[in-house]
Design a binder for this molecule. Structure first.
Ligand code: NAI
Length: 346
């Protein structure tokens, strides 16, 4: 086969550095494009075998049709979540692979960093002391020890976050659609998570079923002063309801690494622009909201693992029958899906 050509969308310097290093021994031809993959930019993939995409690239029906027409064979996600891919439509048209785990520690540790920053008012203290303001007024926090944390999603990241929380002496309860059978995790219903938790942290994928699981109704069930942490996907939270919950003093603080309308904003520098998104502007204006721009994954270890696994996925796809990291909407549901029988999904 000819040298494999990869069209790499939404490329940032840190991506390029890690992929250039990982590609040293493999030597694929990688074209790095700054732009996101959308139906307007998909033509850049012409002549490539693979498109490599991240969380905010659109792999919808139009993009899939265009990729198939251009004979692109593989969508290689360099992330774990794939809510930005129409996997059902892609079935039997184009294969999708992902990086299921690269550093769950990176994300879980960032969730704790956001929580501690928020409740101990570190973001305020940092700015004050830089201005030689050593007053403590308004900086009172609370102990994590003894507080109840509700974890939604007990996969790789959720479980590490559970361990971290236990290290702080917190009481951990959890909800998962598919609870782990052989664990010491105390599973409860989602309603019990809302009702009992002082802090709630989200570590589940975004699906049609759980979109806006944090909404007016669930917020009404929560404890007054609850702290929400979202390092998963923005769409889990209905942002308008979140803003309302904070304004009504029901929600004590929000730590957000993701935002449902992030795709055109996050990862870019708008410091010299007027941002049009009034909801995000309102959130950022609140003293008890911390927003980081989808950076929970951003550690050296994670970047290196992402690059190695992505290129390994590509190699495996073109050289082997079996794609261990293939994403298939049928696999969890249908017994005769080929992935279950040591092959590609179609
Ligand atoms: P995982 O696949 O190991 O675990 C996900 C867990 O969620 C599983 O236990 C699953 O049973 C559970 N789950 C599925 N549907 C659910 C539902 N409707 N309600 C409750 N639980 C449900 O995934 P991992 O690696 O722990 O990642 C979790 C999420 O973190 C990813 O889906 C992704 O959205 C997000 N993420 C965010 C990053 C960031 O930089 N902010 C980086 C990496 C992942």
């Amino acid at each position: 086969m000819n040298r494999i050509k990869i069209a790499f969308f939404d490329a940032k310097d840190y991506d390029k550095n890690s992929f250039i290093k990982a590609n040293e021994n493999i030597d694929y031809e990688i074209d790095y494009f700054d732009t996101r993959l959308t139906k307007d930019t998909v033509r850049l993939a012409e002549g490539h075998d693979v498109v490599c995409v991240f969380v905010n690239d659109d792999v919808d029906k139009d993009v899939i049709d265009a990729l198939v027409e251009m004979n692109v064979k593989l969508v290689a996600l360099r992330c774990a979540g794939y809510n930005n891919v129409d996997v059902e439509y892609a079935y039997e048209k184009i294969h999708i692979v992902r990086v299921p785990a690269y550093s769950p520690y990176a994300v879980a540790e960032h969730a704790m960093a956001l929580l501690l920053t928020s409740i101990r008012r570190i973001h305020k203290a940092y700015i004050r002391t830089r201005d030689f303001n050593f007053s403590l007024s308004g900086l009172t926090g609370f102990d994590l020890h003894g507080k109840t944390v509700g974890i939604v999603g007990t996969g790789k990241i959720g479980r590490i976050f559970i361990d971290i929380c236990r290290g702080f002496g917190m009481n951990v309860i959890a909800y998962d659609k598919f609870p782990a059978k052989d664990s010491d995790i105390k599973y409860v219903t989602l309603d019990e998570i809302w009702e009992q938790s002082d802090i709630i942290s989200f570590h589940c994928p975004l699906t049609d079923e759980n979109r806006h699981m944090v909404n007016e109704e669930s917020i009404a069930r929560m404890k007054k002063g609850v702290v929400l942490i979202n390092t998963s996907r923005g769409g889990l939270i209905d942002t308008e309801s979140l803003v309302e919950g904070i304004k009504q003093r029901k929600i004590g603080a929000a730590c957000l690494d993701v935002y449902e309308e992030e795709s055109n904003i996050f990862f870019h520098d708008y410091s010299n622009h007027i941002v049009d998104d009034d909801t995000l502007a309102r959130l950022i204006s609140m003293p008890n909201v911390i927003v980081s721009s989808h950076q929970a994954f951003l550690t050296e270890e994670a970047l290196s693992n992402i690059a190695d696994t992505t290129l390994e996925n590509v190699k495996e796809f073109f050289e082997n029958e079996y794609s261990v990291n293939e994403v298939c909407y049928k696999c969890p549901k249908v017994e005769d899906c080929k992935q279950l029988h040591n092959g590609k999904c179609f």
